[in-house]
Design a protein around this ligand. Structure first.
Ligand code: NI
Length: 388
């Protein structure tokens, strides 16, 4: 009779992880709706006898593995949600949830970090402290990071580590950088109030379309004329809506877009300039502009000590390490970094389609290695905090 308690071989463990990932992939759920995903994670953790903390979270959870209970506390974070995209792969385990897809590889992150939790649990008596393992909901939309932080579960955490897969990095490479890594993400909306008129008598109205056009052009001068050429920032106007026919000057125009920055002072300067230019131009044309901003996450900013540390552990774990340039995408991992020093790394998968593409895939061949990496990183970080 087979003894079920016999330790698994590496190959068996890898097969198990791949099967788990395929299941997550098959049943993706949108931000803040990850009920089944959370239940599956919970079940797998409980089967491995891993403690799950009792927290008021609708979806997502935080688990913990402790060695020395008086030792330091660190955290590993992954995200668990999927995107409103219709999957176009031919995978045997493609999404069965219509219009929802793990097109950002959060199924990979979840499984790799689950794997780390299993490995840490096997080795728990050797841990110099506690590892909190965050399965965060709603990274794509909803700032799930804030739900986790609001529980207070991370108050004692001294260092935090997170990951994202990267199709553009080769398989087996680990990339990150010290300092700003991903951008602060802001959304702006501008409503211009003019005065409608017959298209044949524009002098009797205030044409908001002409004003909107001036604003769109002027916003482009902010990056080119107000920001140093050595700084990085981006403004994209992505929507301009006004009018509904050919012979009427409309009363209002609406435009919106996004600002991406790597430094807090650049972010402030750009938001101030958007406000000044929009209201100044509207006033100059005898109209008014209502401007609003919705704050997204701030820039992911990697702590230099922990970045070096993460690189060193990666090299020792057989990854090819690469210092990679910052990107102007966003990540709510930055919310944790406002309170806790840490590092966010990219795991190369060398796959053909970019993140959020309907044919996006990850490479299962790097799953086990990533699980091992985060387990070793956590163990080493606790040791570092104890002795360092
Ligand atoms: Ni993602």
């Amino acid at each position: 009779m087979v003894n079920e308690k016999l330790p698994k071989t590496t190959a068996e463990f890898e097969t198990e992880l791949i099967e788990i990932r395929h299941l997550f992939h098959q049943f993706p759920e949108l931000s803040n709706e990850e009920f089944q995903t959370t239940a599956s994670i919970r079940k797998l953790l409980l089967e491995a006898d891993i403690e799950i903390l009792d927290l008021p979270l609708k979806t997502g959870l935080v688990a913990q593995v402790s060695g020395n209970k008086n030792g330091p506390v660190i955290a590993i974070r992954c995200d668990i949600d999927a995107l409103p995209i219709q999957e176009q792969t031919q995978l045997s385990y493609k999404s069965v949830n219509d219009g929802i897809m793990h097109a950002c590889g959060h199924d990979f992150h979840t499984t790799a970090v689950l794997g780390s939790a299993f490995l840490l649990k096997q080795n728990e008596e050797c841990l110099a402290g506690t590892v909190k393992i965050i399965f965060q909901p709603a990274e794509e939309s909803g700032r799930g990071s804030l739900h986790i932080l609001e529980t207070g579960v991370l108050e004692e955490v001294e260092a935090i580590f997170g990951l994202h897969n990267s199709p553009s990095l080769p398989l087996g490479a680990l990339g990150t950088r010290s300092g700003p890594f991903y951008a602060a993400v802001d959304r702006f909306e501008i409503e211009i109030k003019g005065a409608g008129a017959h298209a044949a008598t524009p002098e009797k109205g205030t044409d908001p379309i002409v004003i909107a056009a001036q604003i769109v052009s002027s916003l482009q001068t902010i990056v080119s004329r107000n920001i140093s050429a050595f700084d990085q920032a981006l403004i994209s106007v992505t929507q301009l809506t006004c009018g509904n026919t050919w012979n009427v000057i409309p009363e209002t125009a609406y435009l919106q877009g996004t600002v991406r920055t790597l430094k807090a002072e650049t972010r402030k300067l750009i938001l101030d300039r958007i406000r000044q230019l929009s209201s100044g131009i509207a006033t100059a044309f005898n109209a008014s502009a209502e401007i609003s901003f919705s704050d997204g996450p701030s820039a992911v900013y990697n702590d230099s000590k922990w970045t070096d540390f993460a690189f060193n552990v990666a090299e020792a774990s057989g990854f090819i390490t690469e210092e990679i340039p910052p990107e102007l995408i966003g990540e709510d991992f930055s919310d944790y970094q406002k309170h806790i020093p840490g590092v966010f790394v990219n795991i190369g998968t060398g796959t053909p389609y970019p993140l959020h593409h309907p044919k996006f895939t990850v490479d299962d061949n790097i799953l086990l290695k990533t699980a091992h990496y985060f387990a070793i990183l956590a163990e080493a970080a606790l040791h570092e905090l104890t002795t360092g």
